[in-house]
Design a protein around this ligand. Structure first.
Ligand code: CTP
Ligand code: MG
Length: 182
């Protein structure tokens, strides 16, 4: 079977540093005044990427990726892998893979913003699916430079990430930390 629970565990294991990088990068905009990657440059009348994509965000996301990969590397021997009746393909985490996942996530996010600007969407306007999946594809694309990435992980993560995102937002809404449930 392609989309079983084992594939899901393998896929989530590899994407965790990218989820962390993508999820924590907005913090940078609240801490400092970041420097936009496009430096205000335009392309066909619209910003190249927009002011929401900064060098600091790119660097911060890469560091988060490395740190979270190190945490996974450390946790690996303590996790109950023996519960699985089949041999799982758990990629071996380390700082290089963490960097590729974090940096790749932010590059994917940058490409997503490039596409949004070409569609005339202003910074911060929603682009469903693109907003949630751009970083997943970037992270896995870069990770593939260092490890074997199963295509089943890619398909599964592209499908479940927007769903996870939606569920997290509904929970945030019910806990009253978010104004809208999306
Ligand atoms: N961010 C950053 N640098 C990056 C990516 C993200 O500084 N390379 C920060 C910015 O403060 C940004 C926030 O993370 O506003 C949220 O990122 P995202 O939702 O991807 O950007 P938006 O501001 O919504 O812009 P866009 O419409 O281009 O997605
Ligand atoms: Mg956004």
């Amino acid at each position: 079977m392609v989309f079983d629970i084992y594939t899901l565990v393998e896929a989530i294991w590899i994407i965790i540093p990218a989820y962390a990088a993508n999820g924590l990068t907005p913090v940078i905009g609240k801490l400092i005044k970041p420097h936009p990657i496009d430096g205000g440059r335009k392309f066909r009348g619209q910003p190249l990427f927009g002011s929401g994509k900064s060098w600091e965000g790119l660097a911060f996301g890469s560091i988060v990726g490395v740190i979270i990969a190190l945490v996974e590397m450390w946790a690996y021997p303590y996790l109950p892998w023996e519960l699985s009746p089949i041999e799982l393909t758990i990629v071996s985490m380390g700082p290089l893979l963490g960097f590729l996942l974090g940096f790749g996530a932010l590059v994917g996010d940058l490409v997503g913003s490039f596409i949004k600007r070409r569609l005339n969407l202003k910074r911060g306007r929603p682009a469903p699916v693109l907003d949630q999946d751009d970083f997943v594809l970037g992270a896995l694309g870069f990770a593939a430079l260092a490890v074997m990435v199963k295509w089943q992980w890619v398909v599964l993560l592209v499908i479940i990430t927007p769903i996870f995102h939606f569920i997290a937002n509904v929970i945030g809404y019910l806990l009253k930390v978010k104004k809208e449930p999306w």
